[in-house]
Write a protein that binds this ligand. Structure first.
Ligand SMILES: Nc1ncnc2c1ncn2[C@@H]1O[C@H](COP(=O)(O)OP(=O)(O)O)[C@@H](O)[C@H]1O
Ligand SMILES: [Mg+2]
Length: 202
């Protein structure tokens, strides 16, 4: 079982200059040394803000960032209205196949720009209109590491196969789109498989 990710942030609906928005804040964790906790929360917020910008520049749909507050450790971003990829995959049918293609394309663009998302679950993807919007970059990083990209795909495969009956098929569809859009795809997919096998025997 992979460790549970995320879940450290608090989200609430708000408005920003009259627009529907979401405020994502990082609340103090009592079990951490205060200075360390503060540094970690700030780093997460900064990382998320920076990567949202970099992902956008790489052609991936992401929320518009409205505000960043490093005193209160929070971000205010555009509210993305729509079902999560998880919901679309559960409903199945043609839309589910389309979403797999969109997931593969988005991850290809990220990895092509050396951005690793860090938490590629189907709850961190929202389908708005005909576009897949990626959220939750707080565990991401900028890296050209094939290993890190492989971990990203491995996580996505785990998320698909643990939550959806047709998970393996879905992952195959994701991988097809990923290969089409990213020149380094074969190497990363091989690495993801290696990581999966490593996990099975340890
Ligand atoms: N910009 C947004 N628009 C709409 N819903 C959002 C947005 N950001 C977060 N959410 C919702 O809140 C949930 C948790 O936010 P997320 O950024 O994934 O934080 P966590 O680190 O706790 O996983 C998401 O799975 C999604 O349902
Ligand atoms: Mg999340």
């Amino acid at each position: 079982m992979l460790p549970k990710r995320g879940a450290e942030a608090e989200l609430r609906r708000t408005t920003y200059l009259g627009r529907e928005a979401v405020e994502k804040s990082r609340v103090p964790k009592g079990y951490r040394l205060p200075a360390l906790d503060e540094a970690l929360r700030k780093a997460r917020i900064r990382t998320e803000a920076r990567l949202i910008g970099e992902a956008r520049a790489a052609g991936v749909s992401v929320p518009i960032l409205y505000d960043i507050d490093l005193v209160e450790n929070k971000l205010v971003m555009e509210f993305i209205e729509g079902p999560t990829a998880k919901a679309v995959l559960e409903a199945g049918g043609r839309k589910a196949d389309d979403v797999c293609g969109m997931i593969g394309e988005a991850v290809a663009r990220l990895h092509g720009a050396d951005i690793v998302h860090g938490d590629l679950t189907t709850s961190n993807m929202i389908l708005r209109g005909g576009r897949l919007v990626l959220i939750d970059f707080s565990l991401g990083e900028r890296t050209s590491s094939v290993e890190s990209k492989g971990v990203d795909l491995r996580l996505l495969k785990e998320a698909l196969t643990s939550a959806h009956a047709r998970g393996p098929e879905h992952f195959e569809a994701v991988a097809r789109a990923y290969r089409r859009r990213y020149a380094g795809a074969a190497e990363v997919l091989a690495k993801a498989k290696e990581i999966e096998e490593r996990g099975r025997y340890t």
